[in-house]
Design a protein around this ligand. Structure first.
Ligand code: GRF
Length: 197
């Protein structure tokens, strides 16, 4: 199960491998927090069922979170992958799926959490950034780290060029981590996190 908000390059990377039995799992559905995004087209072209749960259609965040939870639960997912999903999931979602939600973030956490990780890293002046795949908890990009990969910042980089270079590495890392989880399981004990052998 993959949750998206944007262009869907990470989703596309997962869909590129999910027919391969060696990968060990399938994308059973794609849920977006907004209509009309490229990620939904990518899912439909791959024949994967989609749903949209927009915050603006609900009275408050808790009602949206409850609807998101119910929508995702219909797919009975073993694992929920936030692949460029730009909303924080809430208590209801964490209560149902906690411990089996992973997120990808375009910076080396715990530095530069939040919606503007690439911009913030660049503004700080780091010479190396990268991407992180984490287990989602109630914090903002604060959950236990599963995997990270570094990407150098080059002279002349702007947010767009750096983010594109990070995304190339990010999608490979995400596919690798998700594949290992679906094949071997994920064990979360507090901040200690382990993919089974
Ligand atoms: C990724 O870099 C993700 O980490 C960030 O937004 C980007 C989403 O890209 N939050 P895409 O929608 O998978 O192409």
């Amino acid at each position: 199960m993959v949750l998206v908000s944007g262009t869907g390059s990470n989703l596309a990377a997962l869909l590129a491998v999910h027919d391969d039995p060696a990968f060990g799992g399938r994308v059973v559905g794609v849920v977006a927090d907004r209509p009309g995004i490229a990620a939904l087209d990518i899912a439909r072209e791959a024949g994967v069922p989609t749903a949209v749960v927009s915050l603006k259609d609900f009275d408050d965040r808790a009602a949206w979170d409850a609807a998101l939870t119910e929508t995702v639960a219909v797919f009975s997912p073993d694992l929920v992958v936030l692949a460029g999903f730009m909303k924080l999931v809430g208590a209801s979602f964490l209560g149902r799926f906690g411990g089996r939600i992973v997120n990808t973030h375009p910076a080396l956490l715990p530095s530069f959490p939040g919606a503007h990780g690439v911009r913030d890293a660049l503004a700080y002046g780091v010479k190396v950034s990268g991407c992180s795949v984490i287990v989602v908890d109630e914090g903002v990009d604060a959950g236990p780290i599963l995997a990270q990969e570094a990407v150098p910042v080059l002279d002349g980089d702007d947010e767009g060029t750096l983010h594109e270079r990070i995304k190339v590495v990010e999608r490979t890392l995400l596919v690798d981590v998700v594949g290992r989880i679906v094949r071997h399981g994920l064990v979360v004990e507090g901040r200690t996190v382990r993919i089974g052998a």
